[in-house]
Design a protein around this ligand. Structure first.
Ligand code: BG6
Length: 464
């Protein structure tokens, strides 16, 4: 299913995403495997740049990623920039016709502009093999995602659409496949019979970072849970697959997401939301979220979201999956924590509290840790808690590099399939509606705190 592309056409080339993430990832990718890639980079954007300005920008982006001089020179020799209105069919036609085929059109654009660019593309006939790569959020709810899917289906086959979720390129997430499916040890325990609960947490110390234009109309639930954390959930919970390929992998993820819904089917009780107020994070003063330029306090945008979901199938029924992500928090905590059920029995004669086993899959730095009870170092009959921890190789490429490799090779393995994009909205839409109707209070936490106060009646290990 691999169809390498001839041109990587960055639409929105003068924007932040292209400069800060995509081009550095492209440089690292070309550097990592130069013999496999023979691709021309073309940038299209609204700025009135000449080729020299563009090349300086490409060079600067590659420098941030320490790309080798050979790879930089190769790209600079052929790259060029075209000033274009990417929502105008004639501008698009002329830039696409000038690209060595087949092109991959990477929409590094705000979501509304991407939709308009796709509308304009309907008026063209795209070269065979054209690939389309779109950033999250894909739509703003299930209905708009379905309508965007319809538009894309008119343009190219589904296997040539890459809905990019860079978390699928994270080595910790890909490592789940190895941990689960290349060992005999875990898979027999991987169900409601032995697993008590799963926490998927992505707590950041980062604040709004001048992203009000996008973030203030998204919020933490849409920004992180609807996309990234549900994708992690799918990889953690899918059934074993026969092949790691785009068909089996994406089928298995889709199947488990179809069985997912808010805990007890109650979108009000299943989630919590909160917003940071002024505070300080490691000595850095942080203003109130609502005082940030571009924020409309009336939108009640949450900067922290928690959502508990269930998976209604034989394997997972009854297990709470608690997804949480927030900004401006005291500590970075980015991990999947799998908590096993308590022991059925501790032999008398062993002393201590047999804490349930936990498997921790940590992101940034990537680490796997199995936390178990062992006999104590002094009195062998006293229990001691130990962690068997291994730091993982960071992976040959950053997450964006891995997903970009799929776009350039025409392999949608790590791309979100159209039905799955809709399914993720189906899971969160009722929660978003409940929040829009203020059925769930918007809590507050000072920047630099651990988050909003825990729910009454929850303590210790049952807290977030
Ligand atoms: C992005 C979100 O998709 O992922 C950001 O929009 C978030 O809000 C980011 O900070 C986290 O991913 P990474 O790779 O930057 O840690």
């Amino acid at each position: 299913m691999s169809h390498p592309i001839g041109t990587l056409l960055l639409l929105g080339a003068s924007g932040d995403l292209a400069g800060r993430l995509l081009m550095p990832a492209l440089g690292q990718l070309l550097d990592a495997e130069p013999e496999r890639r023979d691709v021309v980079l073309v940038g299209a954007g609204s700025e009135d740049w000449d080729d020299e300005t563009w090349k300086a920008r490409v060079r600067a982006a590659f420098e941030t990623a320490k790309v080798s001089a050979e790879a930089v020179d190769d790209v600079l020799a052929a790259t060029r920039y075209v000033k274009a209105d990417v929502t105008d069919a004639e501008d698009l036609r002329s830039v696409i016709e000038s690209c060595p085929p087949p092109p991959a059109l990477y929409f590094a654009l705000p979501p509304a502009v991407t939709v308009n660019a796709c509308k304009a593309l309907q008026q063209l006939s795209l070269p065979p093999g054209t690939t389309l790569a779109l950033e999250k959020p894909f739509g703003t709810d299930q209905a708009s995602a379905a309508s965007l899917n319809d538009q894309l289906a008119n343009l190219v086959p589904e296997t040539q659409v890459h809905r990019v979720d860079h978390f699928l390129g994270r080595s910790t997430v890909l490592n789940v496949l190895g941990v689960r499916f290349a060992n005999r040890l875990l898979e027999p325990l991987w169900s409601n019979e032995h697993i008590e609960r799963v926490d998927i947490v992505f707590d950041e110390q980062l604040t709004l970072e001048n992203r009000a234009r996008y973030y203030d109309s998204a919020g933490a639930l849409m920004d992180m849970i609807q996309s990234h954390l549900l994708q992690i959930l799918a990889v953690i919970t899918m059934d074993p697959i026969a092949n790691i390929d785009a068909v089996d992998f994406r089928d298995a993820k889709a199947q488990v997401l179809r069985a997912c819904r808010p805990w007890n089917g109650d979108p009000v009780a299943a989630g919590r939301r909160a917003r940071y107020t002024s505070g300080s994070i490691e000595g850095r003063q942080v203003p109130d979220y609502t005082a940030e330029p571009g924020v409309d306090p009336g939108r009640n945008t949450e900067t922290l979201a928690e959502l508990t979901v269930e998976i209604d199938n034989w394997r997972w029924s009854g297990v709470p999956f608690r997804l949480r992500s927030g900004k401006a928090l005291k500590e970075r905590r980015k991990e999947v924590l799998i908590t096993f059920k308590p022991l059925p029995h501790l032999p008398s004669g062993l002393r201590g509290d047999p804490i349930p086993d936990q498997l921790r899959l940590v992101m940034q730095p990537d680490r796997v840790s199995l936390e178990m009870n062992m006999n104590g170092p002094d009195d062998p009959f006293d229990l001691d808690r130990v962690a068997l921890t291994v730091d993982l190789n960071p992976g040959r490429l950053p997450a964006y590099g891995e997903v970009l490799a799929g776009v350039m090779d025409g392999d949608p393995l790590l791309s979100v399939r159209g039905d799955t994009a809709e399914e993720c909205w189906r899971i969160v839409d009722p929660v978003l509606q409940a929040w829009a109707q203020d059925a769930v209070p918007l809590l507050e936490y000072p920047a630099g705190a651990a988050g909003p106060p825990p729910l009454e009646g929850t303590t210790g290990s049952t807290r977030w």
